[in-house]
Design a protein around this ligand. Structure first.
Ligand SMILES: O=C(O)[C@H](O)[C@@H](O)[C@H](O)[C@H](O)COP(=O)(O)O
Length: 260
């Protein structure tokens, strides 16, 4: 497990801009080193705020968008084009504005897609798509994503892994169907913790006072079944990107108040 590093920004706008700049650099570096890059997107306001900031950043043209694979950490199991789908929101925030290769945009299945209403089958199909994209160098059924981003919920959920529900206990499968999620809609698809941990870098995004308790709990040694965010870490880096409000309840040892 890579111990979490913390970066605290003044407010959520600055956090989104700084994270967007960081993501551009990371993608450009990966493309320079390996010719391509892979990023896992998150749903939620913080993730979409980052994508919107990226869309507005002049440096976005430094990315070779045609050599970028995009995956999702979770999806709300709704019909194609539904405004509440994470992919719909990501398209609006950024994806429609950049020259991506459609074959490299790996959206999770919709509830009116080839698997119909069967979310478990849809999840299995996404697991198969990930496995097909993994190479021998990945040592497992999931590619070693360059960056995997996760919004953090006020109850410490990440992706659609909610405290105590079966999905957060999954140790074998890489993608699961989620039933009865406390955040609407109740039916979702999610990467599991083992899949998340295949990423080189995991970035957790938390802004606002309603995230302060969740950040404090997850960063204070809580177990991952009770606090899923505590189980989200990358192979080489785990980075918490916070605004000052979300950092306001962190233990002093992690984030001394004087540095706020
Ligand atoms: O589909 C979703 O709802 C998510 O992926 C979810 O895990 C989200 O990232 C968090 O709930 C944080 O959301 P906010 O950034 O909006 O607080």
């Amino acid at each position: 497990m890579t111990p979490p590093q913390l970066v605290v920004h003044r407010d959520k706008e600055l956090m989104a801009q700084a994270a967007a700049a960081r993501l551009i650099t990371r993608i450009v570096d990966a493309q320079a080193a390996r010719g391509h890059a892979s990023v896992v997107l998150t749903g939620g306001r913080n993730g979409n705020g980052l994508l919107a900031a990226l869309a507005a950043a002049p440096a976005r043209d430094a990315v070779d968008w045609s050599r970028l694979d995009l995956w999702w950490g979770d999806e709300r199991f709704l019909p194609e084009g539904d405004p509440e789908r994470n992919v719909t929101q990501a398209r609006e925030a950024l994806l429609d504005a950049v020259p991506l290769d459609p074959a490299r945009v790996h959206a999770m299945p919709a509830s009116d897609g080839p698997y119909g209403k069967d979310v478990d089958e849809a999840a299995a199909a996404y697991a198969a798509e990930l496995a097909a994209a993994a190479g021998p160098e990945d040592h497992g059924p999931v590619p070693s994503f360059d960056v995997l981003m996760l919004g953090v919920g006020p109850d410490t959920h990440v992706a659609s892994l909610f405290p105590e529900l079966p999905a957060v206990r999954e140790t074998e499968r890489t993608v699961v169907g989620v039933h009865g999620a406390p955040k609407p809609p109740p039916v979702r698809i999610s990467l599991t913790l083992p899949a998340i941990r295949a990423a080189r870098e995991v970035w957790l995004l938390a802004a606002g006072e309603d995230k302060a308790e969740a950040a404090a709990i997850a960063l204070s040694g809580a177990g991952e079944i009770q606090a899923p965010a505590a189980g989200a870490y990358g192979r080489s880096r785990t980075l918490w990107l916070l605004d000052a409000a979300a950092a306001s309840q962190l233990p002093r040892a992690l984030y001394p108040p004087a540095s706020a």
